[in-house]
Design a protein around this ligand. Sequence first.
Ligand code: OGA
Ligand code: MN
Length: 294
Amino acid sequence: MAFTSTPLTPRIGSEVRLDKAALLGGALASDIRELLVSRGVLVFRGLHLDDEELRTAARSLGDLRIGSAKRAADGKVLKEGEEGVLKVSLDPEVNPEYARYLFGNLLWHMDGTYEQVPPFATLFTPYCLSQEGGDTMFASTYAAYEDLPAEERERLGTLRVVHTMQAALFPAKRDCTPEEFAMWSSYPQRSHPLVWQHKSGRKSLVLSTSAAWVEGMHPAESHDLLQRLMAHATQEKYTYRHQWQLGDLAIWDNTGMMHRAMPFEAASKREFHRCTLNGEEAVTAPERAVETAA
Ligand code: OGA
Ligand code: MN
């Protein structure tokens, strides 16, 4: 393998060392993908990718998203940035349409839980850093799942969870206007299995602040279960906190990771450019163990 990598924590994250030409050449793409799925998040230092290079790296690893599942206030489908590069900024002058959603990034989430096939991965590189705060945290829902007791894994594997935009955004903006709340509520909901059996063979919890309720469960029990699982999955041993430097690239596997931005000043001009890779498989529940007669 023509690159080296070092674990950032025992359970999640690796730093990868390779030069820009080797990344953009694409010959290492399948090794990088394999490492991505096994470590959840990869960070590269000192790459300083421009938008075209970011697209090239993205296309080498998967299917670059051009459209978007999100809608503007007038109901029109939003574009995922310019030819697949989205500017992630709270500044409406940088990104007038997305700024209204991005405050939700401060809470633990997976991207695209409203889609039948959630995005596979994200490539993320900073263009402007906040003076304070603004780290990004990642939590492995692969590792969190693997550590649950066997009976609980079995039981969770039978459950489905409904994901909604208002569950994702309301806790981050309790002072929303009634119009905003109505807009979030009008957004399509999506039900997914709580446990994802990936084609890779790994299993993970499909958890996110967007997880609104467990289907068929009493609301109090559902609320307590989702809160408990979120607390479990975000314990320090399952997380990695990235402190950004200009020139970094992070790639995360959105199918087995949650992530969040840590607080920063809204006026800071913090800006990242991102490419999203389309999902490659719908969330699929684990196969039930074949019941054998005792
Ligand atoms: C995102 C996101 C986190 C951050 O772009 O989907 O959640 O640190 N970003 O900005
Ligand atoms: Mn996100």
